[in-house]
Design a protein around this ligand. Structure first.
Ligand code: TAP
Length: 487
């Protein structure tokens, strides 16, 4: 963390790679178009509160236009197209993402607030990797284990959050298109810009008009997509609260639905773990992307006999984290995505103190403008505390202790969520023992926040249902149900 006062000095050479327009239309039927009623909203840089661009706010009529464009493209071009040809388009998109990687990374950091090192080295390479991976499946679907003649679902309505804007888009669009579906996607209100740049990439790739439609807006726009009768499949990533509302609204309709929701992952450190490596994993688990990560390791469970040592090393490591300008390549922790999210993090942290947990942050001054929150840990946390139960979705870690592996499992599973977990130990047998018992879709061993397009990702319990990524991720976009055993 930088010791001195942070001063925001834009990095002009980085920023100049982005050709920002002052306003953006919706991307419907292969063109940028205005909304029916001309309503617009502003998207700001969370690091400076500067307005980056104006974006159109789609209403129900605009969504209807996008769904019709998607249907026409599905019936006339994309549905009938061979998998081999669809794959060629996806490979072309993947290559264009690589070619325009720097521009995409800078724009992502500007609009989202995440450090450029992360958008450059993690988000955008993973976006390209997703398109490459699913491009490879497009002409091999009959070998994916869904029967001899797998069929697409039709038009997919996709609604995504703001924490990994372009990566969540890739997780949604790449498998949908590979399977022969067309899409209407809504990015989050606070991070629409990389989705709109992606729309330009679709044009550049000569993707047939209407195969990808991007409609910007707020929650009501998402709801209009979910409720549209012309949508065959709903894919949602976001909060458990909105996910439950979506599940209720599609119940009784023929729509297929996948929900990727919240999390409150346990990161479990045993006394035999390589502690320096574990501390890196703890820091990565909760401070990566400002903790705006559904699978963040937000509950640290440390074996009691190494608690003092782990805490000491963690505090020393936190004192070296640099918080500040997302476009600075030395920044470790960027800006909180919005004023609203900052309020939520601050409120829950105050609740943590009021309920008796002890709060600690390394000394650090934060900028006056923009949305910032110093990396924070809480000790003396009990399982009853709200900071141990609720998703904070920010750089705030709740630390608990345990004595035995059985107690670690019980505490780790004591949550309505079940998206991910981490285990740190030298013992291979203990990793397998824990992985068998942890009720989480992903269990990382001696690492954390590792993603790969070949690996399925998704939750147990209130973290949602369905899997994205890997061969399993194709199931959501095909008429057939589950992968057949033995494939
Ligand atoms: P939400 O508030 O749920 O928003 C997600 C998306 O849904 C946004 O595009 C939002 O639009 C839209 N939306 C809001 N109300 C809607 C409604 N009634 N009907 C349809 N769409 C609606 O979540 P968020 O705050 O953006 O994201 C944080 C949450 O996402 C966290 O809980 C996090 O754990 C979860 N998340 C989960 C995963 C996975 S893979 N499980 C990955 C990333 C994030 P606006 O942006 O305009 O509000």
């Amino acid at each position: 963390m930088s010791a001195g006062k942070f001063e925001y000095a834009p990095a002009p050479e980085s920023r100049s790679v982005v050709d920002l327009r002052s306003s953006y239309g919706l991307f419907v039927g292969g063109e940028f178009v205005p909304t029916v009623d001309g309503r617009m909203f502003k998207t700001v840089s969370p690091a400076t509160e500067e307005v980056l661009a104006e974006v159109t706010e789609a209403g129900a009529e605009d969504v209807d236009r996008a769904v019709r464009a998607a249907r026409t493209a599905y019936d006339s071009v994309w549905g009938p197209m061979s998998g081999r040809d669809r794959g060629k388009f996806l490979f072309r998109i993947a290559r264009l993402i690589q070619e325009r990687a720097r521009e995409l990374a800078v724009l992502e950091s500007l609009d989202n607030g995440k450090p450029i090192r992360e958008s450059r080295d993690v988000d955008i390479p993973l976006v390209a990797a997703h398109f490459f991976y699913y491009a490879g499946w497009a002409d091999k679907l009959e070998y994916a284990g869904f029967g001899a003649d797998p069929r697409p679902v039709g038009v997919a309505g996709q609604v995504i959050p703001w924490n990994f804007p372009l990566l969540m888009l890739a997780w949604k669009i790449a498998p949908a298109l590979a399977c022969g579906n067309t899409v209407v996607l809504k990015p989050a209100e606070t991070t629409p810009l990389t989705a709109l740049l992606f729309a330009e990439i679709c044009q550049q790739a000569d993707l047939p008009p209407g195969v990808v439609n991007i409609v910007t807006g707020a929650g009501a726009t998402g709801q209009a997509i979910v409720e549209h009768e012309g949508v065959d499949k709903v894919a949602f990533t976001g909060s458990t609260e909105v996910g439950k509302a979506i599940a209720r609204s599609v119940a009784g309709t023929p729509k297929k639905v996948t929900l990727e929701l919240g999390g409150k992952a346990a990161n479990v450190v045993f006394d035999d773990a390589p502690l320096d490596q574990a501390v890196e994993g703890i820091v990565n688990g909760i401070f990566f992307n400002q903790g705006h990560v559904c699978c963040a390791g937000s509950r640290l469970l440390v074996q009691e006999n190494v608690y003092d040592e782990v805490l000491d090393r963690l505090k020393r490591r936190m004192a070296t984290l640099r918080v500040g300008d997302p476009l600075d390549k030395n920044t470790d922790v960027g800006a909180i995505n919005s004023a609203e999210q900052l309020r939520r993090i601050a409120t829950l942290s105050e609740v943590g103190e009021a309920e008796g947990a002890e709060r600690w942050s390394a000394p650090c001054e934060l900028p006056d403008r923009g949305y910032w929150f110093a990396p924070t840990i809480f000790t003396g946390v009990t399982q009853a505390h709200r900071i141990a139960r609720e998703e904070i979705f920010g750089p705030v870690l709740s630390i608990l202790t345990f004595r035995t592996p059985a107690e670690a499992v019980e505490k780790a599973n004591n949550t309505p969520y079940g998206l991910s977990a981490g285990v740190w130990t030298e013992k291979g047998s203990r990793i397998l023992w824990m992985a068998d018992r942890l009720r989480a879709g992903v269990v990382w061993a001696n690492t954390f926040n590792r993603f790969d397009p070949t690996s399925p990702f998704g939750g147990y319990k209130e973290s949602g249902h369905g899997r994205e990524g890997g061969r399993h991720g194709l199931a959501a976009y095909l008429q057939a149900g589950h992968p057949k055993a033995g494939h």
